[in-house]
Structures are given as structure tokens and as C-alpha cells.
Design a protein around this ligand. Structure first.
Ligand SMILES: [Ca+2]
Ligand SMILES: [Ca+2]
Ligand SMILES: [Ca+2]
Ligand SMILES: [Ca+2]
Length: 453
């Protein structure tokens, strides 16, 4: 045990310096604040456009639609999920050489345009605090567990009572990729039973050989690429690493299966986030899969109507959208953070708490816009080690709080097929434990409680 812990610590220390350089700037709260409020970052030269109902894209392309405007069609995003709800044109990703704000103003002035907005850049919500290494899984402990921590979600108590999440429940992990061959994740990642790897799109969803989800960042079938997929692998381990196998960590739900939907490599874009949500909506519709929620440990950029629309399509098929509240340490009632602050009823916005029950200093909060708290400081989970080996590390962030909630949702969903959609969200919120430090700064004033009995 001792050697395991020290090797774990070494692995994390080895990983963090590499992370630090790339992420220090991205996660600086002031920096994030400036970009989210004053000038959200977006992909230069790209604009997302939704045409009004009934306006079609002419066969001759966008130049025929917008003659004289400096735009070319980079991509027409018309997903299966959009077609299902009667969309005919979808979302147009346009390329321009003009400044994005200027082009948006021009497009908005066109009466045929319903939405014109930037293709925002969003980021993972893991805090940049590499020194918080403590080696214990306090986030899953409860009042009656050994070791005990009353501020954990109490999953260990649920396991003791026989609730380990068995029950064919699936969640989507919209994030970086997941190392599915990690020793503590093997068998926990969903495999598409309708999609043999044979060079053919057997299930007709538009993605060839998407047997382990899809990579929208690189637009390919490999949902794990390299050790840069550490954030997604960490999030997955918190939701559903294999429990009681004598190895590594234990996720909140041991029985859940996770669909990797990769659209981030440290950062990602609105356009690819839309495709990620729609991918899950369509999988559920197409195959009747028991997808109950997606985990979204990322955010940034400004309000996007087209992204909100994709979340609404998830909502319409009873997929909850669990969102990290964000790591800016601010009140998102007055300074919103997306996607957690969209007003969709299917969103569960999660703040981070520490092992002593206070709000993590980096965590956003909001009496209206944040629902509940969950462990997000000093969270140990699975990560890829050098050479794509199985390693473990402690991370901090609302990125780590959201997957505790997603895991608890999976635990609850496994107990009763009636708990889906808003009923599932209601069951989660009803179970919460009143917490002084969250009172008045979250909608429930509660921390997450998954101590099922
Ligand atoms: Ca397919
Ligand atoms: Ca195939
Ligand atoms: Ca890939
Ligand atoms: Ca384990």
C-alpha cells in the first residue's frame, strides 16, 4: 500500500509540470474572467449561423445567399438529431476574412438570419493547483463509512447497502478522450453493439466504426489519442472507475457505462460541442439506449443559442446535462458562465466543495444559476501515464465536482427506471444535504448526497 501511494504521488508530480505550462494561462481566474466577460475567446475567422425557418441553403451555396459578403461555407452542421426535430438547414459554420464581431453584425442585419454568433472556444474546468495532492478518495466517503468524510457524496455508503449502479445505465462523457484500456476503466467504457469495426457505418448514424464513441476534435473514431486526454480520463474515473477490484480508485457508480465523446484537447469549440450533444441525442433515439445524462466538465465563451438548442434536443429525449459551474470564483448570477448558466431545466450546475465542506476558492456560485455542490478539491482518479500506462492523480476543479454528480445520477437511475429526465434531477436535488457554506449561493444550499439505502 505504501509503495502504491508513493508511486502514485510520483506519477502525479511527473504529470503536473507538463500540464502547468499549457494550462497555467488557461486556468488563471483573472484571465478567464477577462475572456468570459470582456472578450470571450472564439475561433478567428469563423461564425456560426442559423437561418430562419423556411430559409434554405441554395444549391449554389452561401455566396448565392449572401452575395457580396465575405463568407464561405466551411461546414454545414446538420446532425441526425437536428433532422429528427425537423431542421432542414442546421447550423452553418462560415469562414470569413473580416473580423468576427463585424461579420456577425452584418449577418444579424439580414432578415433571413435567426442567429449569428462566434464559434467560441471552451476549456476544461480543472483548476491549476498542482500542489494539492493528498491521496485519498474523500469525495466518495460518507457519514457512516470508514474512512469517514461527511462532505463526500456518500457513494461508499450506497455500495455498502448494495447500490453499486448495476442496471444498464449509460452516461456520455463530453470532454477529452478516455483511456479505455486503463487498468481501472477496462469494461467501464461503453462499446457500441451496433457498430462492428469493419470500415462500414453499420448503424447508419453517419460515423464509421464509432464503436467507442466519436472524436469530434479530430473527426475520427479514436476517442483516446495520447496522454493529453488526461482530463477526460480523470473525469471518467470519478464517474465510474471499477470498484472493489483491488486496484487504484473507485468511481461513484461501478455499474455505469460511459460513452466517450471527445471534442476537447485542452480546449474545444462550440461547433464541435453541438455535434457532441447531438451525437448522444441521436444514439439514444436511434438505438433506444439508456443514456440518462452527459457530463460536461468544461465551459467558457459567451451565450450561444445554437449550443443551447443542442442541449434542448438532449432535454427532449430525457438526457440531463451536468455542467461544471466553472473555475472563476465568481457569482454567475451576475456574470454568467456557459454552458452551466443556460436556463434549460435539464441542466444540473455543480459547484465545488473541499474535504472540509467549504466552497473551493476557485468555484463559481450563484443562488439562481448553480444547483448544488460536490467534491472538487483534491480528487484522485485515473489518468494516462507515460506511454499510455495506467496512472492516478489528484486534480482540483469544478471539472472534478460535476462527475461526482453524474455518478450519483447513475446510481439513482439504476435503482428505478422511473427516474429519468427531470424526475431523475428531482431525485438528486431532493436527496441533497443542507450545507452552511452553500446556503444562499446555490439554488438548493445543499451538497450532493448519494448515500442510497
Ligand atoms: Ca456508426
Ligand atoms: Ca462499422
Ligand atoms: Ca482521435
Ligand atoms: Ca478500482
Amino acid at each position: 500500500m505504501k509503495s502504491t501511494l508513493s508511486s502514485l504521488a510520483l506519477m502525479s508530480l511527473a504529470l503536473f509540470p507538463a500540464l502547468g505550462a499549457a494550462q497555467a494561462k488557461a486556468f488563471n481566474p483573472l484571465d478567464s474572467f477577462a475572456r468570459s466577460i470582456a472578450s470571450p475567446s472564439y475561433v478567428e475567422g469563423e461564425v456560426l449561423v442559423k437561418l430562419k425557418a423556411g430559409v434554405r441553403l441554395p444549391a449554389r451555396g452561401v455566396q448565392a445567399l449572401f452575395p457580396g459578403m465575405d463568407v464561405v461555407l466551411e461546414e454545414q452542421i446538420l446532425t441526425a438529431a437536428m433532422r429528427t426535430v425537423g431542421e432542414q438547414t442546421g447550423v452553418l459554420l462560415l469562414r470569413t476574412t473580416r473580423p468576427v464581431p463585424e461579420m456577425i453584425e452584418l449577418l444579424k442585419a439580414d432578415p433571413r438570419v435567426e442567429v449569428a454568433e462566434p464559434n467560441f472556444i471552451v476549456e476544461t474546468q480543472q483548476a491549476n493547483d498542482p500542489h494539492y495532492l493528498n491521496g485519498n478518495l474523500w469525495g466518495v466517503y460518507g457519514r457512516e463509512t470508514t474512512p469517514q468524510n461527511i462532505y463526500g457524496v456518500g457513494a461508499a455508503q450506497a455500495w455498502n447497502n448494495g447500490f453499486t449502479g448495476q442496471g444498464n445505465v449509460i452516461v456520455g462523457v463530453i470532454d477529452e478522450g478516455i483511456l479505455a484500456t486503463h487498468e481501472d476503466l477496462q469494461g467501464q467504457v461503453w462499446v457500441n453493439p451496433f457498430e462492428p469495426v469493419d470500415g462500414i457505418d453499420n448503424d447508419g448514424n453517419g460515423f464509421v466504426d464509432d464503436n467507442l464513441g466519436w472524436d469530434f476534435y479530430n473527426n475520427d473514431r479514436t476517442t483516446y489519442d495520447d496522454t493529453g486526454d488526461n482530463h477526460g480520463t480523470h473525469v471518467a474515473g470519478t464517474i465510474g472507475a471499477k470498484g472493489n477490484n483491488g486496484i487504484g480508485v473507485a468511481g461513484v457508480s461501478w455499474g455505469v457505462r460511459m460513452i466517450p465523446v471527445k471534442f476537447l484537447q485542452n480546449s474545444g469549440s462550440t461547433a464541435n460541442a453541438i455535434k457532441s450533444f447531438d451525437y448522444l441525442t441521436d444514439l439514444k433515439t436511434r438505438h433506444g439506449l439508456n443514456i440518462v445524462a452527459s457530463n460536461n466538465s468544461w465551459g467558457g465563451g459567451g451565450f450561444s443559442q445554437t449550443l443551447k438548442d443542442a442541449i434542448t434536443r438532449c432535454e427532449q429525449v430525457n438526457i440531463l446535462t451536468v455542467c461544471a459551474a466553472g473555475n472563476n470564483g465568481r457569482n454567475t448570477d451576475t456574470q454568467p458562465f456557459y454552458p452551466s448558466c443556460y436556463d434549460n431545466v435539464s441542466i444540473v450546475s455543480v459547484a465545488s466543495i473541499t474535504s472540509t465542506g467549504s466552497r473551493s476558492s476557485f468555484s463559481n456560485y450563484g443562488a439562481v444559476t448553480v444547483d448544488i455542490g460536490a467534491p472538487g478539491s483534491g480528487v484522485w482518479s485515473t489518468v494516462p501515464g507515460t506511454g499510455n500506462t495506467s496512472a492516478y492523480a489528484s486534480y482540483n476543479g469544478t471539472s472534478m465536482a460535476a462527475p461526482h454528480v453524474t455518478g450519483v445520477l447513475a446510481l439513482i437511475a439504476a435503482t428505478d427506471p422511473g427516474y429519468r429526465g427531470l424526475k431523475l434531477k428531482g431525485a438528486l436535488l431532493r436527496r441533497g444535504t443542507p450545507t452552511t457554506t452553500l446556503s444562499g449561493i446555490t439554488q438548493t444550499g445543499d451538497r450532493t448526497n448519494g448515500a442510497l439505502r
